[in-house]
Design a binder for this molecule. Structure first.
Ligand SMILES: Nc1ncnc2c1ncn2[C@@H]1O[C@H](COP(=O)(O)OS(=O)(=O)O)[C@@H](OP(=O)(O)O)[C@H]1O
Ligand SMILES: [Mg+2]
Ligand SMILES: [Mg+2]
Ligand SMILES: [Mg+2]
Length: 330
């Protein structure tokens, strides 16, 4: 099978990183949270998760560029924090030196060509959700020619189809999307289940999801869009790419994301994995103009504004509603 090695490496890496995050959460009183320059939170689990994933990618695919959300600058200045990260990483990646870990976190190449093949990593997507003990995702995607071809999401707090908490999802170009239940975080012997988007095309029965944090998305505009489309259910608010997991597995039919801050450009690692998982589950993902997301423009989706992920059936109706609202605002 095409991408077999990529898939195995990515599933194992995300599985280990998800276990690291759960391990760090046991010490929840002190998750080693610090504020980044943009005032967003980062924890020892974000650094540890990125180290575990990058170490696995560097070993399996030494020539592939890896673009991750975090860098090691904070750890280099804070020895105590660095030690905590080392303890977490060693449990997953074995006996490894501090230099190897810091170098792995900073694996990003200097010359980046986003039109070529690269990996993108969000070691904890929804760090605020992670800190609240709610939804978060470990996200890894392989991008080729500006489009994700493989995406893996580790969602330790997302309900699996067998009723248990925690799952890993993946989508592979041309192969479909699949989910492993919580036990898969420890071993991949468990059976994978093919997932698909909600078949129902009626707006009345549709559920839509959006960001939990009010600062991250325009909840008021989303409500106007839903009113026009005829979606009646109240929004499903959750952090992270778990929203893509909800659409891909049929738990929701629509994910809307219009940034609250005008001019904010979405980061590639916040979407690449989720996009291919939804698409391979039979859904559609575009920006608010109906154009495909372009992952070749740099670390941000510079050519796209607004994100719409649906079960396909409702896509055109939602795009029409977006257009109506735009016309009204002119
Ligand atoms: N202002 C603003 N607008 C839009 N998006 C932003 C903004 N600031 C941050 N981010 C990114 O949002 C990522 C988390 O997205 P979520 O959908 O999980 O947000 S939320 O926590 O549910 O609100 C979050 O990802 P993580 O940093 O990995 O948690 C950020 O990359
Ligand atoms: Mg962040
Ligand atoms: Mg993120
Ligand atoms: Mg993150």
């Amino acid at each position: 099978m095409l991408y077999q090695k990529e898939l195995e490496t990515a599933l194992n890496a995300v599985g280990k990183a998800s276990m690291l995050c759960q391990d760090a959460q046991k010490d929840f009183v002190n998750p080693g949270t610090v504020e980044k320059q943009d005032r967003s939170p980062v924890t020892i689990a974000d650094f540890g998760s990125q180290a575990v994933i990058n170490l696995a990618l560097i070993k399996a695919f030494p020539n592939d560029p890896v673009i991750g959300e975090e860098d090691s600058a904070i750890l280099k200045e804070n020895k105590e924090l660095c030690q905590k990260v080392m303890n977490l990483v060693r449990k997953q990646s074995g006996d490894i030196s501090e230099t190897q870990v810091l170098e792995a976190i900073d694996a990003e190449p200097i010359d980046k060509d986003f039109t070529r093949r690269f990996w993108t990593v969000d070691p904890i997507d929804g760090t605020k959700g992670f800190l609240r003990g709610e939804q978060y995702a470990v996200a890894l995607a392989l991008v080729e020619n500006g489009r994700p071809v493989l995406g893996v999401l580790g969602c330790p707090n997302f309900p699996a189809d067998n009723g248990k908490k925690g799952c890993i999802l993946y989508g592979l170009k041309g192969q479909g999307s699949f989910m492993y239940s919580s036990d898969a975080l420890k071993s991949f012997d468990t059976i994978e289940k093919k997932i698909s988007v909600a078949r129902d095309s009626s707006a009345e029965n549709a559920r839509f999801c959006e960001s939990f944090e009010k600062a991250h998305a325009s909840h008021d505009v989303h409500a106007q869009i839903c009113r026009i489309v005829g979606i009646k259910a109240s929004p499903f608010r959750m952090d992270s790419q778990a929203k893509y997991a909800a659409v891909a597995s049929g738990k929701a039919s629509v994910y809307l994301r219009l940034p609250r801050v005008k001019g904010y450009k979405e980061k590639i690692w916040d979407h690449a994995a989720g996009v291919i998982i939804v698409e391979e589950a039979g859904g559609r993902v575009t920006d608010f103009n109906g154009s495909a997301l372009d992952f070749s423009a740099g670390i941000s989706l510079l050519n796209n504004t607004g994100i719409l992920a649906t079960n396909s059936h409702l896509h055109e109706d939602v795009l029409k509603a977006i257009k109506i609202i735009r016309e009204q605002k002119k």
